[in-house]
Design a protein around this ligand. Structure first.
Ligand code: PA5
Length: 450
């Protein structure tokens, strides 16, 4: 079996004509030249393009050393960050660790439990996490490229104080790892002042493209996962996508198909998986595509479902609701573990017709049956084959989605590397919180509330 990921259009081809694809090919090739030519708006944030072959080896070694230290002195690692500063790590750890890894690790497993904070502003969440940590030994990786984002800053204050109470100021500083800008921002100042181990978010890589920088790599390595294999997978994918012609280039084809479908009225793309461990890969993907494409009144709305779970909740809509949907299914070819349905003498549950079959066989038949049903319901189904749930495959998948997103965004006519819309809520929140510098907006907003 090949160890390469593969884009498969078997269940999508009937929804477009060769002429439509050929017309889109031109747009996509132009967008591809724009991306790799680095001459268009946003090009200053394309450092991720060469990252798999051109990363800071010294920092990479320090990441491994810090991960080893965390693994030796901590039962828990609290990863503090939001958006691009947490979703990649969360996606990789959930996909590659055994299910329920945190429960096992909290009971003395070989890796630290990894919990995420600073991705919401919920007191109940913080309180629950503090209780879950209890008297366990823990470390903190605080991640913020800007170093000023409110959600992680608030959570960091809480966990810094906890660490200082437990280990003293010096002991706490040895358990805090800060991933932030090379020079700027409040977090950088704090890290320098307190002597934290720091890692850099490169200037030319935006949050949602940062999973293969220290942002993703430190938590992933701390979870006991193989970051060399992750980078190797990404490098292999990069080499293919940078060289293969359109007809064989998975990322260009994916960008082309989804843009043809968008032009034909499919304004929503659902990313579907049949492995619960991929749930956060979908969350990461949603941020990547949503923030990259959703601007200027344009963009495909990225949604996701976990199947077969959501066939019992969203299945009706996908099959039969507004015909605005296209679907992309991630198929894990080999789940890496095997379980069979056993034969029972009395067959009271009527399942003996499956006896001897693997549970994954049942899953795959559900997947094929669903794809065909959705096609019959007018939903084009694109499929991405992931050979395994391992680091090498996931490295390929991350790079594949990033590359296709850059191309797709330029094809759509937007700058895929900015996110002007994200600022609006922040300005209102700062004004309502009374942050200095936001007085005028505060007055305006207060008038609207009264
Ligand atoms: O992709 C992005 O740029 C954003 O989602 C950021 O990652 C997110 O807002 C967090 O920003 P920061 O890392 O500056 O705290």
């Amino acid at each position: 079996m090949s160890n390469r990921i593969q884009f498969d259009t078997t269940y999508a081809d009937s929804f477009l004509t060769p002429e439509e694809l050929a017309r889109m090919e031109e747009t996509i090739l132009d967008a591809n030249s724009t991306l790799i030519g680095r001459a268009a708006p946003g090009s200053e944030f394309t450092g991720w393009l060469d990252l798999p072959i051109n990363y800071d080896r010294e920092e990479f070694s320090r990441i491994k050393e810090s991960a080893a230290k965390i693994r030796s002195d901590s039962d828990v690692l609290v990863v503090i960050g939001i958006g691009g500063s947490y979703l990649g790590a969360k996606a990789a750890i959930e996909a590659l660790s055994p299910a329920f890894y945190n429960e096992t690790n909290m009971q003395g497993g070989k890796n630290p439990a990894i919990y995420f904070a600073g991705n919401n502003i919920s007191t109940r969440y913080l309180d629950g996490l503090i209780k879950a940590i209890g008297d366990k030994d823990f470390s903190v990786n605080v991640i913020s490229k800007s170093g000023t984002t409110t959600e992680p800053a608030v959570a960091f204050r809480v966990f810094k104080e906890l660490l200082e109470k437990k280990y003293g100021a010096e002991g706490a500083a040895e358990r805090i790892y800060a991933t932030t800008d090379r020079e700027r921002g409040a977090l950088k100042k704090l890290a320098d002042a307190n002597g934290y181990e720091t890692f850099v978010v490169p200037d030319d890589i935006g949050g949602r493209y940062s999973v293969l920088t220290a942002v993703g790599l430190l938590p992933i390595a701390a979870a006991g996962l193989d970051i060399d294999a992750l980078m190797e997978g990404a490098a292999a994918e990069r080499s293919e996508l940078m060289s293969l012609p359109f007809a064989e280039n998975d990322a260009l084809l994916y960008a082309a198909y989804r843009n043809v479908f968008y032009q034909k009225g499919k304004g929503v793309e659902i990313l579907a998986n049949y492995e619960p461990g991929l749930h956060y890969v979908s969350e990461w993907w949603k941020q990547l595509y949503g923030e990259s494409e959703g601007k200027g009144g344009k963009g495909i709305f990225p949604a996701s479902v976990d199947l077969t779970t959501d066939l019992h909740s969203m299945g009706q809509f996908i099959q039969d609701g507004s015909r605005i949907l296209m679907e992309t299914v991630i198929c894990v070819d080999d789940p890496g573990v095997e379980m069979k349905v056993r034969e029972e003498e009395n067959d009271l549950d009527g399942l003996n017709y499956l006896a001897g079959k693997t549970i994954d066989y049942v899953n795959k038949q559900a997947m094929a049956g669903t794809a065909m049903a959705h096609v019959d319901g007018g939903v084009p189904n694109m499929m991405i084959h992931l050979p395994k749930m391992d680091e090498y495959s996931l490295g390929q998948l991350f790079y594949f989605f990033e590359y296709a997103c850059g191309v797709s965004g330029y094809a759509l006519g937007v700058n895929p590397f900015d996110q002007p819309g994200v600022e609006s809520y922040k300005k209102n929140m700062f004004a309502l919180l009374g942050k200095p510098g936001f007085e005028e907006r505060r007055e305006e907003l207060l008038k609207r509330i009264q």
